[in-house]
Design a protein around this ligand. Structure first.
Ligand code: FE
Length: 256
């Protein structure tokens, strides 16, 4: 299977610390059934800046080392871009930003607490220019968790989203797990990815996530998310199932 979101490159962000950390993560990914990883270091993040060239260099170096060590994992370039208002223009004059393996798909990260006000306009601009935003881990955004209609609107207008394998596996708690499965079931999430940072507390828990997915939503869902990740890697456009709204329990006087 293909992992479209990973902090496997070392020394760039809060992912792998050194080359041996990257190799450990690669071995874990292979053991979990992953064959290809799109490396997505943070960019325009409050703490991390990693432009195109530094990421391409990292992918090149890690690929060479994996080959040398006979580890069967392909690494492709990408970036996890913190949302900023001029993203569509900057992507067009592209010396700074990377899409996922040079496809039309861009992995975008919201702040964890909210959805920036300009998001709808920015997504519209991206889509008009031929880019498709993929929202990283919407299940961990407080505004979306509070009201999934906010995500539904963005998806209905053409954005895609990716939930984290650890969320599906339940490692971020029952509530986040339920939300992740709800988003997948209602076609508001289209990918599962590891968002791995290391092999311990933020590892690649792929098998556990797929087991859960299989049990809760069936093998067709597992196949669908696999197929869609392949489409991203290969730069193919995809036919997305229409999103459905999620009925959330109404809050009564602020109490759930
Ligand atoms: Fe990430």
């Amino acid at each position: 299977m293909i992992d479209i979101h990973s902090h496997i490159l070392h020394g760039l962000d809060d992912g792998a610390k050194d080359l041996s950390g990257s190799i450990e993560m690669a071995k874990q990914a292979v053991a979990e059934g992953i064959t290809a990883v799109i490396a997505t270091p943070h960019h325009r993040h409050p703490s991390y800046t990693n432009d195109k060239q530094s990421i391409l260099k990292g992918v090149h170096e890690l690929s060479a080392e994996l080959k040398r060590q006979n580890i069967a994992l392909d690494i492709y370039p990408g970036q996890e871009i913190r949302l900023f208002g001029e993203m569509a223009d900057v992507l067009d004059h592209n010396e700074e930003l990377l899409t996922l393996n040079n496809s039309e798909y861009v992995l975008v990260e919201f702040p964890s607490s909210n959805i920036p006000k300009y998001t709808e306009q920015l997504f519209y601009d991206l889509l008009v220019k031929g880019y498709t935003p993929i929202i990283a881990h919407p299940e961990r955004n407080a505004e979306i968790a509070e009201n999934t209609d906010k995500l539904y609107r963005l998806i209905k207008n053409g954005a895609l989203s990716q939930v984290t394998a650890a969320s599906v596996a339940g490692l971020f708690g029952k509530k986040t797990q339920k939300l992740s499965l709800d988003l997948l079931e209602h076609n508001q999430a289209h990918f599962v990815a590891s968002d791995a940072h290391n092999i311990t507390n933020r590892g690649c828990v792929w098998k556990q996530a797929m087991d859960k997915l299989n049990k809760k939503l069936g093998s067709d869902m597992v196949s669908l998310i696999d197929m869609q990740a392949q489409d991203v890697l290969n730069g193919r456009s995809m036919k997305i199932l229409a999103p459905e709204r999620i009925q959330q329990r109404k809050r009564l006087f602020g109490i759930v």
